[in-house]
Ligand binder design. Structure first.
Ligand SMILES: [Zn+2]
Ligand SMILES: [Zn+2]
Length: 278
């Protein structure tokens, strides 16, 4: 059975501060483990600033092999990577997957993780890092998870990921650009997400905000709900919260949605929260 934990739930840039402390201010990072597979391995969806504490916690649990799947390379999805302490350990291995459009990924990361942008060259860290471009499903044998990518609409090439373990399933659709009339929900996407247990979906904007930022690459709460309905998901988790969205505002938005009869459980991603996935 898969379990997931949120380490970063914000979009665009980190937003520390007391007004954001309930949901958390770190950018995108979700850890997935499989309790019936190797406990030495874990999967990470994006490595935004939340990845720094994900690295610490997973290392303390004995994880030494990390499968990192990047939705895309915008800063809020990669900025934690250079600071992950696992990179300084010779007993750690990292397989880092990203969209094929950015190939060679190794070159991109080597450029930003070397002077003058970062003090230590990636090759001089201890861990063995392998860069892999992904366009087809990948089966992670010892973690017993199938990872199926899908191209999604965003301001730069981006991927969604569906994880299936045989008994559990999760779909991760962050930085997914919606249209004014739900026209970006393709049949292919609905079929890809069909019957998923837990859908983690971009929900950065209200309808009013979206009307001013309709080409910024993100979705409304309404769009995320529509996507969950079409996919027959059992649980929807709003994700990639706007960096200026306070706890108070987000709780009010959730309260408003709780008055509607929805055919699934609805939550907003909160840093530190863990879920068992059926
Ligand atoms: Zn983002
Ligand atoms: Zn983005």
């Amino acid at each position: 059975m898969l379990s997931l934990k949120f380490y970063g739930v914000r979009g665009s840039f980190p937003s520390p501060g007391s007004a954001m402390s309930y949901f958390g201010g770190n950018t995108s990072c979700v850890a997935v483990c499989n309790e019936v597979a190797s406990q030495r391995e874990a999967l990470l969806l994006d490595v935004g600033s939340g990845a720094v504490s994900a690295s610490e916690e997973l290392l303390a649990k004995g994880v030494r092999r990390f499968h990192i799947f990047l939705s895309h390379l915008h800063w809020d999805h990669v900025q934690g990577f250079p600071f992950m302490s696992l990179l300084d350990r010779k007993d750690c291995e990292v397989d880092l997957y990203g969209p094929a459009e950015y190939a060679p990924l190794e070159q991109v990361f080597s450029q930003v993780m070397s002077p003058p942008l970062f003090p230590v060259d990636l090759k001089k860290r201890g861990a063995v890092v392998q860069f892999l471009e992904i366009s087809k499903p990948v089966h992670l044998e010892s973690l017993r998870v199938e990872v199926t990518p899908i191209a999604i609409s965003h301001s730069d090439p981006a991927l969604g990921y569906r994880l299936d373990s045989g008994t559990s399933s999760v779909a991760y659709l962050t930085d997914h650009q919606c249209g004014h009339d739900f026209s970006f929900i393709s049949k292919e996407l609905v079929s890809w997400a069909q019957g998923v247990n837990t859908l983690i979906h971009d929900a950065q904007y209200t309808k009013t905000e979206f009307s001013q930022k309709s080409d910024w690459g993100h979705s409304t709460y309404e769009f995320a709900v529509k996507m969950a309905e079409l996919a027959n998901a059992k649980r929807l988790i709003f994700f990639h919260h706007d960096p200026k969205r306070s706890d108070e505002e987000l709780l009010l938005i959730l309260k408003d949605w709780s008055t509607k009869a929805l055919p699934f459980e609805l939550l907003a991603a909160r840093e530190g929260e863990e879920f068992q996935i059926d």
